[in-house]
Write a protein that binds this ligand. Structure first.
Ligand SMILES: Cc1cc2nc3c(=O)[nH]c(=O)nc-3n(C[C@H](O)[C@H](O)[C@H](O)COP(=O)(O)O)c2cc1C
Length: 144
């Protein structure tokens, strides 16, 4: 049976550990609104909507505890925007929505940061194709 669609997540962008930029994947860390059901753990493709501008951005989302770094038990929702002109540093304090398109894989504990970076590059490549798929465009149509 197909997975049930993941409902969109609304929240506010907060500061993370600040590691993402050094890895080549700066992420917007989204603190979900209280009472919002947690999205399923794993790596997803999706669309990020900035409430302030109405801008819609192609994204890959990590939902998990970042086990490769073993530094937290808290679940983080981290959104990487594909367009390099999207300066996620500018998003702090902003209200956003994350619209999930498809789950790509489970979160893994990698033996090295280099392996995580390689996997994340592949995730982004797959995410691009999923966003361009019929289903990805259908989710996009819900936003306009
Ligand atoms: C596409 C993508 C895939 C990721 N996959 C994993 C993963 O499998 N395992 C993991 O521990 N962290 C994963 N992460 C999360 C990174 O560990 C996290 O974004 C990074 O540590 C930066 O965290 P920070 O924003 O709190 O500084 C992934 C992040 C992205 C953007």
């Amino acid at each position: 049976m197909a997975d049930a669609p993941t409902p969109p997540l609304a929240g506010t962008v907060v500061h993370g550990a600040g590691r993402g930029r050094g890895l080549g994947f700066p992420t917007a860390n989204v603190s979900p609104d209280p009472g919002t059901p947690a999205p399923p753990a794993g790596i997803h493709s999706g669309w990020l909507v900035r409430r302030a501008t109405g801008g819609v951005h192609r994204a890959t989302i990590s939902v998990g505890t970042n086990p490769t770094f073993c530094d937290t038990t808290e679940v983080h929702t981290e959104v990487y925007c594909h367009d390099p002109s999207d300066e996620v540093g500018d998003l702090y304090g902003e209200r956003v929505e994350v619209w999930f398109v498809a789950r790509i894989r489970e979160t893994e504990t990698f033996a090295s940061v280099a392996e995580l970076v390689l996997a994340a590059r592949e995730d982004i490549r797959r995410s691009e194709a999923l966003l361009d798929s019929e289903h990805g465009r259908r989710v996009l149509a819900l936003l306009s």
